[in-house]
Design a protein around this ligand. Structure first.
Ligand code: SF4
Length: 98
């Protein structure tokens, strides 16, 4: 999915369906000099067995630093390189060093 299509699809069922539910982006991250590094510490709401958020529908209220995934965030490079949202973009500034 190219960037224009991503912007159009953001927030839709089509957008949500891109996620393969690996849970990787639900681990704490460190921004070091503009590069994102993932830690091994999961969000307290992540079920590490199923890799699903236990409070997905209320996540933004219960976890105030949880951010809704947008095409802009994908382009900012916060997701792992192998995330399907990253794979679907041609931008070179996406994906973290993981
Ligand atoms: S890293 Fe990508 S595929 Fe995995 S849970 Fe996050 S958004 Fe979904």
């Amino acid at each position: 999915m190219i960037e224009k299509q991503m912007k159009k699809a953001a927030g839709t069922a089509e957008w949500e369906a891109i996620c393969r539910r690996c849970g990787r982006c639900c681990y704490e991250k460190i921004d070091y000099r503009g590069k994102i590094f993932y830690t091994t510490k999961p969000c307290c709401h992540l079920d590490t067995g199923s890799k699903l958020c236990r409070v997905y529908q209320q996540r933004e209220q219960l976890q105030t630093d949880c951010v809704r995934l947008t095409p802009e965030l994908v382009a900012a490079g916060i997701l792992p390189h192998d995330c399907p949202y990253v794979q679907d973009t041609s931008s070179k500034k996406v994906g973290n060093e993981d």
